[in-house]
Design a protein around this ligand. Sequence first.
Ligand code: APR
Length: 177
Amino acid sequence: MREFMNGRIGITQGDITACNVDAIVNAANRSLLGGGGVDGAIHRVAGPELLEECRTLGGAETGEAKITRGYQLMARHVIHTVGPVWHGGDRDEERLLADCYRNSLDVAVEHGLRSVAFPSISTGAYGFPINRAAPIALRTVKEVLEGDAGIEKVFFVCFSENDQRVYLDRAGELLGD
Ligand code: APR
């Protein structure tokens, strides 16, 4: 675990379903009814009650974030957000990805949550290049944390060593300390 912003941001490699935080963020699709990747892992660990609650949400648009309970997960809540599918970068993908991070943290603040863990949204099945996604994620979270003392800790939980290295390299540039 490497920390930045006086410990308010942590970057680590691991399985987000094992994170003991107030909320883990799910890289979902617009149906919010599960899928593969981290979405599949989260539903597998949370159990069927998560899908039952997701059915009541009525889906979500790209960039939106909606909260549920965490059920069998260590995390108390899951914040489901829908990342943009990468089409080359000229369809507002970068703004929509930033919206995912900002709206997820806004939902966390609305619910008085203090610790949130993010996967690397859109960089798997949705094809967003990790080298472009990581700085967007880091910059957006930094901006939200600078404007709000409510959130004490945000973790970036990278599934692969390579992703973690990209996040760490860019964090050094963007977050200082
Ligand atoms: N913990 C942390 N990160 C994970 C885990 C896990 N258990 N499993 C996968 N990841 C990582 C991937 O390695 C990738 O870096 O999550 C990141 C996002 O990849 P995807 O899960 O493929 O999500 P995304 O690219 O946003 O595509 C979303 O895939 O699973 C479907 O229903 C989902 O349709 C939606 C699409």
